[in-house]
Design a protein around this ligand. Structure first.
Ligand code: BG6
Length: 489
């Protein structure tokens, strides 16, 4: 029997249904939602790709290709069959508008609440939108766009204009999968569900904030794509700036989509612009060399398949951002991301200011004596550091921490980001999707960095795989009398 939180009836049209994104993320997420009874019985998936095959062939393909990404010990075979029965395959050349009549035929008789998921390269966005409009399928539908949404401000505007000709902003769901992560939701709960932190969440009490998304993996066979993209476009423009916006935003007047997105936008608009001649001082661009990662030797980035031997693409970025508003003026936000770093970790570190003077000895003046570490992945947790007296005679202070490990406290495992986001699209909830103005503002802010790098003959700073990035990343923080969290230990 369907549970109470199942979706309304829907038809989910997946363009690019044989591509990497579909098999690794979209189909596994839909299956998880199905398995946990969150999809209503009257919910259909129409898988669209160019390859000529029928639904039975596609089901066989999904069995081979999708199941390994389901990281589940046991799959109930009957349940899996029921999932496959939701899927119809339609072979279509997306560049031929006439072909969309076949899609219309396939949608005939299926629920009119349609989601169009574009798991394709952006070059196909325009033909798909036009094809949907020509076949009269776009009305009332929702369209889901995946990054990369442009290469710079101009190209992202072009994409938005193209899609915007057919779909209104209320119909457009731009995915930033970080917004679907449980831990990011929790960050909002921490900030706006508790009174405790709010009075401290400002320049008077916070010395600096660090946001890190470190990956242990390299480019994983995506060298061609990555070499045209780099870490700034792949991670900073979207995931890191979204995290920064959520950390720094004012409380919205409600948690509905637009109030939340308005507040995030205000933060992005308040980011102090980085002038082109400040880029080298405020932004570190790195690229990994060979080294030891996860116990194995790995090649240099420039030796990865698909990567130009002389590539100047960055696999690491560390930067200092500032927010020009009353809450945050003067507080450095250090953002960092990179591939082939020492470990996979995403975390936000809030370093509070020390006590005004050393009443309890020098230890109380130590940077980071009061600190909140919000670990987004792996092992989502929150850790609040403070000082306590060591037991026994005298007055020796020692750093201690209060710990909340989410998986120990909440026995239910957290939901996968894609599962949450796809369910939200089906339910028509826009709050976790990026609005056009946010996306464009983020591009506007990173553009001088791209220009500064493009104009300079400098190579990225090299770092060995398996380390925390180039030395310049530590030096960036040292200028402010601080260091990255792992450097303290
Ligand atoms: C994607 C990037 O958006 O995020 C990838 O394109 C990156 O390069 C990935 O590996 C990281 O996501 P997660 O959820 O594994 O931290």
């Amino acid at each position: 029997m369907a549970s109470t939180n199942t979706t309304p009836s829907f038809t989910f049209v997946l363009f690019g249904a044989t591509g990497d994104l579909s098999l690794r993320k979209v189909l596994p997420a839909l299956y998880r939602a199905h398995r946990s009874d969150q999809l209503c019985d009257d919910g259909y998936i129409v898988a669209v790709a160019r390859k000529s095959m029928d639904s039975a062939d596609y089901h066989a393909w999904a069995r081979e290709q999708v199941r390994p990404h389901l990281d589940m010990e046991r799959i109930d075979e009957d349940d899996w069959e029921r999932f496959l029965n939701r899927i119809t395959y339609v072979a279509l050349d997306l560049t031929r508008q006439d072909d969309f009549t076949q899609l219309r035929d396939a949608l005939d008789g299926k629920p009119a609440a349609r989601v169009f998921y574009l798991a394709t390269g952006p070059a196909l966005f325009e033909p798909v939108c036009k094809g949907l409009a020509a076949a009269g399928l776009h009305d009332g539908g929702r369209i889901v766009l995946e990054k990369p949404l442009g290469h710079d401000l101009r190209s992202s505007r072009e994409i938005n204009d193209t899609v915007g000709e057919i779909f209104s902003e209320q119909q457009i769901y731009r995915i930033d999968h970080y917004l679907g992560k449980e831990a990011v939701q929790n960050l909002q709960a921490l900030r706006f569900g508790n009174a405790l932190f709010e009075p401290l969440w400002r320049r008077e009490w916070i010395e600096n904030i660090q946001i890190t998304i470190a990956e242990e993996l390299g480019v994983e066979g995506r060298g061609d794509f990555y070499d045209q993209t780099g870490a700034l476009r792949d991670m900073v423009q979207n995931h890191l700036l979204q995290l920064l916006a959520i950390v720094a935003m004012e409380p919205p007047h409600s948690m509905a989509a637009d109030p939340v997105r308005d507040e995030k936008l205000r933060v992005l608009r308040s980011l102090k612009p980085i002038a082109i001649d400040e880029v080298n001082q405020l932004v570190v661009r790195g690229q990994y060399q060979s080294g030891l990662s996860g116990g194995a030797s790995v090649p240099a980035y420039a030796r990865e398949p698909g990567v130009a031997a002389e590539s100047r693409t960055e696999t690491f970025v560390a930067l200092k951002a500032e927010i020009n508003n009353w809450r945050w003026a003067g507080v450095p936000f250090f953002l960092r991301t990179g591939k082939r770093l020492a470990e996979r970790v995403a975390e936000i570190v809030i370093n509070f200011r020390p006590v005004p003077y050393a009443l309890m000895g020098e230890a109380s003046l130590r940077a980071g004596a009061n600190r909140l570490v919000i670990r987004l992945q792996p092992n989502e947790s929150m850790r609040l550091y403070c000082l306590a007296k060591q037991p026994g005679e005298g007055m020796q202070l020692q750093s201690v921490h209060l710990d909340l490990a989410f998986d120990q406290f909440f026995k239910a495992g957290s939901m996968d980001a894609y599962e949450r986001l796809l369910l939200d699209v089906i339910h028509g909830r826009l709050a976790l999707f990026v609005r056009r103005d946010e996306q464009e503002q983020a591009w506007r802010w990173v553009e001088p960095i791209m220009t500064g790098w493009a104009d300079s003959a400098r190579m990225p700073k090299l770092y060995s795989a398996g380390t925390w990035g180039p030395a310049a990343s530590s030096a960036l923080l040292a200028q402010h009398g601080t260091c990255w969290l792992e450097e303290e230990n």
